[in-house]
Design a protein around this ligand. Structure first.
Ligand SMILES: Nc1ncnc2c1ncn2[C@@H]1O[C@H](COP(=O)(O)OS(=O)(=O)O)[C@@H](OP(=O)(O)O)[C@H]1O
Ligand SMILES: Nc1ncnc2c1ncn2[C@@H]1O[C@H](COP(=O)(O)OP(=O)(O)O)[C@@H](O)[C@H]1O
Length: 607
C-alpha cells in the first residue's frame, strides 16, 4: 500500500464538507457496515430519502494539544492504493484556530466552494492559511454543480477568480474539481453530467497526488526527547525524525554543545534494529562516544546545521479569546522537544487575510488573527525556517499562568537586525556632498522595456554631468541576489535588497536607476518607506507595456518557455503583477521609443 496521506478540509457552513467526506467514505466502501446501518436508521427516522452522509462525521470530535479544544474530527479510510486520514475542520467564522491546528500536519487541503456562491472571503482565508502552513497541494472542490445546471462557464469563472487570488500565495499545486458531493459526481466516480470536465475524480486525484517528495529528506534533524539508560553501558537517544535520512555509521553533531560522534545503531519503533531512519519515524540511536546528550538537544549532520539563535522572526496565529498578543508579553515557548521562556519583542504587522494588506500600526492580535512578530527566547533555539522544515520551524506559545496554548508560530528565520548593532553616522552631511542623489525605480513586466529605458537614462544623465548608475534586477541576481528564486518570498527579499542598495547609492549622491519587475505593491511600498525615512526621494516609474506586447517582444524567450510549461512563476503568465496605484510617472509603450521615454523621465526630473 502507498503512503499515508493526511488531508485537511475547509469550507464555509453548508458548503457540503461533511457530505463530501461522507461520500468519500461511502463510495470508497470504507464505511464499516454497522456505522452505515446507524446512518441509514437515523436518516430513516428523519424521513430522508437518501442516507445523510454528513451524519458520519458529525459527533466525531477530537482534542489535541494541551489547553485548546479543537473541534476537528479525524476520519480514517483506505483504498487498495493508499491510506488516508481526513481532518474535518469546522467552517464557522472562528475557524482559523481549528484549521491551523488541524491542517498543520496535513499533506493536502481540500477547500470547498459552493458553485452558487462562488469564491467567498472564507475561501480566500482558507487558501491563505493553507499556504501559510506550507501545504503544497490544494484541491478546490467546486461543489453543488447540480444546482448550477452543471455549468462549465460557472466552474471556469470560479476557477479564474480563485486563481487570481492564489497567485499571490505560494501554492505550487492547485487543482480544481467540479462536483456534486450530494449525488457523488466526481467524488469517487467520474460524473456523466459534466462531459466537458477532463480531469479525474477527487478520489483518483487523492490516490495519485505525489506527496512523498514533500518530506524534507535532506536536512537530518533528530530532536532528542528522552535519554534511555538501560544499564551502565547503554545510552540511547530517542525522538521523532524531523528531517533527513540518518544511517548507522553516519557522522553526527549534537547541538547545542556541538561535539561530533558516529551513529553505531538505530532502533525503529518496534524496538528492532534498522539501517536507516527518516521522518516521521520515532527512533532511538546510539552513538560511538559517551557524550552528554539531554532532552531538547538536536542531532544533525556536522555540515548541515540548523540556525541557532534567540531572536526569531515568525508568523503567528493567535488562538485564544481569553487574551490578546501584545508586544512585551512573556510566554513559555514549546519548540520541538524544548520548553524555554521567551517574549514577544515586536509586532511588525497584522495581516488582513482577505486583502493581504499589512497593518503596521496594529498593536495587538486577537483570536484568529495572524501577524508577524519578533520573538526573543531566554536561551537559544535550534531551528529552521518553517518552509524548510515544519517540525523544527514551528512553535507554540503557552501562557504560563493558565498553561493554555495561546499561539501557533511559523518561523521565518533568524532576526537579521541585531540589538547590538548600532547605526554609525558619518561626518559628511548630504549637503556637503557634490551632488544630491535619488532613486528612479522602474517597475513593469519582463520585456516591458525597463532595462532599455534605464540604460538610455543613465547614458543621458552621465553625459550631462550627473552621476547615475543602473541597478538591474537581472544583473544583481548574478551576485548579491544569486541565492534567490522567484517565489513571492524570494522576490520580496530581492526587492528589499535592491532597494537597500539603491538607497545607499542615492545617499552617496548618485541617481540610482533601478530596473526590476518588483511585482508586489507591498514590497515596493516598503522600499519607498525606507527611502522616505532616510529623507531620500523615491520616484516610482511604471513601465506600462501590456502583456501581449511584452510577449510578442519576448527578448529572452521566457514567455515562450512559460507557455510551453518549461518554466514556472513567470510574472504575468502564472505569477501576479500588481501595477502601481499612484506612481510618480507612467511610461506607455505607445508614447514612443525608449529614447523618447527616457526623455520624459528627464523632463520630470528637471521640473
Ligand atoms: N519566473 C520569472 N519571473 C520573472 N522574471 C524571471 C523569471 N525567471 C527568470 N526571470 C528573469 O529575471 C529577471 C527579473 O528579475 P527581477 O529581479 O527584476 O525580478 S523581481 O523583481 O524579483 O520579480 C527578468 O528580467 P527582465 O526580463 O529584464 O525583467 C527575467 O529575465
Ligand atoms: N518603447 C519601446 N518601443 C519599442 N520597443 C521597445 C521599447 N522599449 C523596449 N523595447 C524593446 O523591448 C525589448 C525588451 O526590453 P527590455 O528593456 O529588455 O525589457 P525589461 O528590462 O523590462 O525586461 C527590447 O528588445 C527593447 O529593444
Amino acid at each position: 500500500m502507498g503512503p499515508l496521506v493526511r488531508i485537511a478540509t475547509a469550507g464555509s457552513v453548508d458548503d457540503g464538507k461533511s457530505t463530501l467526506i461522507g461520500r468519500l467514505l461511502f463510495d470508497s466502501k470504507s464505511i464499516l457496515t454497522d456505522q452505515l446501518a446507524a446512518v441509514e436508521r437515523t436518516s430513516a427516522e428523519r424521513n430522508e430519502e437518501t442516507p445523510n452522509l454528513a451524519l458520519l462525521t458529525d459527533g466525531l470530535r477530537a482534542e489535541r494539544e494541551q489547553g485548546i479544544t479543537i473541534d476537528v474530527a479525524y476520519r480514517y479510510f483506505a483504498t487498495p492504493r493508499r491510506k488516508f486520514i481526513i481532518a474535518d475542520t469546522p467552517g464557522h467564522l472562528q475557524y482559523t484556530r481549528n484549521m491551523v491546528t488541524g491542517a498543520s500536519t496535513a499533506d493536502l487541503a481540500l477547500i470547498l466552494v459552493d458553485a452558487r456562491k462562488g469564491v467567498l472571503e472564507q475561501s480566500r482565508r482558507h487558501a491563505f492559511i493553507s499556504s501559510l502552513l506550507g501545504l503544497t497541494h490544494l484541491v478546490v472542490c467546486v461543489n453543488k454543480m447540480d444546482l448550477v445546471d452543471w455549468s462549465r462557464e460557472r466552474f471556469e469563472e470560479i476557477r479564474e477568480e480563485f486563481r487570481r487570488f492564489a497567485m499571490k500565495l505560494e501554492i505550487p499545486d492547485l487543482t480544481f474539481i467540479p462536483m456534486s458531493a450530494l449525488n457523488g459526481d466526481n467524488v469517487v466516480n467520474r460524473s456523466a453530467e459534466m462531459p466537458w470536465y477532463e480531469g479525474t475524480s477527487l478520489l483518483q486525484h487523492l490516490e495519485r497526488v505525489h506527496v512523498a517528495s514533500d518530506q524534507n529528506l535532506i536536512d537530518v534533524r533528530l530532536p532528542v526527547q528522552y535519554v534511555i539508560r538501560a544499564d551502565q553501558d547503554f545510552r540511547g537517544y530517542s525522538g521523532s525524525m524531523s528531517g533527513g535520512v540518518l544511517k548507522t555509521g553516519d557522522e553526527v553533531a549534537v547541538l547545542p554543545a556541538g561535539f561530533t560522534s558516529r551513529v553505531t545503531a538505530i532502533w525503529g519503533p518496534g524496538g528492532s534494529a534498522v539501517a536507516e531512519a527518516f521522518p516521521p519515524q520515532a527512533v532511538t540511536v546510539e552513538l560511538a562516544d559517551h557524550v552528554d546528550v539531554g532532552r531538547g538537544d538536536l542531532i544533525c549532520r556536522p555540515g548541515n546545521r540548523p540556525h541557532t539563535g534567540q531572536d526569531i522572526d515568525a508568523m503567528v496565529c493567535w488562538l485564544t479569546e481569553q487574551s490578546a498578543l501584545s508586544p512585551g508579553a512573556r510566554y513559555a515557548v514549546q519548540h520541538t522537544s524544548r520548553l524555554v521562556r521567551g517574549s514577544v519583542r515586536e509586532l511588525d504587522y497584522r495581516l488582513d487575510i482577505n486583502t493581504l494588506h499589512r497593518d503596521e500600526s496594529a498593536s495587538s492580535l486577537s483570536l484568529n488573527e495572524i501577524g508577524r512578530i519578533r520573538l526573543r527566547t531566554q536561551s537559544p533555539l535550534l531551528f529552521d525556517p518553517y518552509r524548510r522544515n515544519r517540525d523544527t520551524g514551528c512553535f507554540v506559545l503557552i501562557d504560563e499562568a493558565t498553561n493554555n496554548t495561546v499561539a501557533a508560530g511559523m518561523i521565518i528565520g533568524p532576526r537579521v537586525t541585531h540589538a547590538n548593532v548600532a547605526w554609525h553616522a558619518t561626518a559628511v552631511t548630504r549637503e556637503q556632498r557634490a551632488t544630491r542623489g535619488l532613486t528612479l525605480w522602474l517597475t513593469g513586466l519582463s520585456g516591458s522595456g525597463k532595462s532599455t529605458v534605464a540604460v538610455e537614462l543613465e547614458r543621458r544623465l552621465v553625459a550631462s554631468g550627473r552621476p547615475a548608475y543602473v541597478l538591474d534586477g537581472d544583473n544583481l541576481r548574478h551576485g548579491l541576489n544569486a541565492d534567490l528564486g522567484f517565489d513571492p518570498a524570494d522576490r520580496a527579499e530581492n526587492v528589499r535588497r535592491v532597494g537597500a542598495v539603491a538607497r545607499l547609492f542615492a545617499d552617496a549622491g548618485n541617481i540610482a536607476i533601478v530596473s526590476s519587475i518588483s511585482p508586489y505593491a507591498a514590497d515596493r511600498d516598503q522600499v519607498r518607506a525606507a527611502h522616505e525615512e532616510a529623507g531620500i526621494s523615491f520616484v516610482e516609474i511604471f513601465v506600462d507595456t501590456p502583456l501581449a506586447v511584452c510577449e510578442a517582444r519576448d527578448p529572452k524567450g521566457l514567455y515562450a518557455k512559460a507557455r510551453a510549461g518549461a518554466i514556472r512563476d513567470l510574472t504575468g503568465v502564472d505569477a501576479p503583477y500588481e501595477a502601481p496605484a499612484r506612481p510618480e510617472l507612467v511610461l506607455r509603450h505607445s508614447a514612443g521609443d525608449p529614447a523618447a521615454l527616457a526623455a520624459s523621465v528627464l523632463a520630470y526630473l528637471d521640473e
